[in-house]
Design a protein around this ligand. Sequence first.
Ligand code: GRF
Length: 212
Amino acid sequence: MRVVVLISGRGSNMEALLKAGLPVEFAVVISNNPAAKGLDIAGTYGVPGVVVDHRRHASREAFDAALAAEIDRHAPDLVILAGFMRVLTEAFVRRYVGRMINIHPALLPSFPGLHTHRRALDAGVKLHGCTVHFVTPEVDVGPIVIQAAVPVLPDDTEASLSARVLAQEHRIYPQAVRWFAEGRLFLTPQGGVTVADAPAPWPVLISPPTED
Ligand code: GRF
């Protein structure tokens, strides 16, 4: 199973995947941002890094075509978006449907888009978390593979909440990729997700205790 990872920056989810001992071959890490720290991290794991700089392309379509050409050179079974901060064209997404996944730092369908932790705090939600989902043309909407929930604590800041969520991201993304690599993760004809032989209870949620 060959995978390609797309990043834009820090690369901590990518590193969690590289560390996880997954039964996959990491063919390449591609960044749209030449300054992405994750490119250096990939190198320390012996995985080549390639830049496809969106600023060098005149349109979204031209960038996506260059990105697809680079991805396809590596013939991946799975394309993993790990903090990849570009909105992709519908044609690009359709090319990889059923074999491209993303991690989003919120419990979708709540808080799609940016600044999820700030928005969760502002909304006063008591549970927040992260989601791995298949990528479909609409941003942050595809079929959900796995989620992890964390409590939002009274004195949380954006930084403390995002750190609590990130720790869970680093658990659920390797789990999702492992399921895919083992051939256990399927999109159903109805547009849902099935995981063969998933352990119960699944997916796992944290339930806060009550006082009585
Ligand atoms: C993560 O919070 C991820 O959920 C979101 O972007 C962030 C990327 O962080 N899509 P990193 O580059 O993986 O450290």
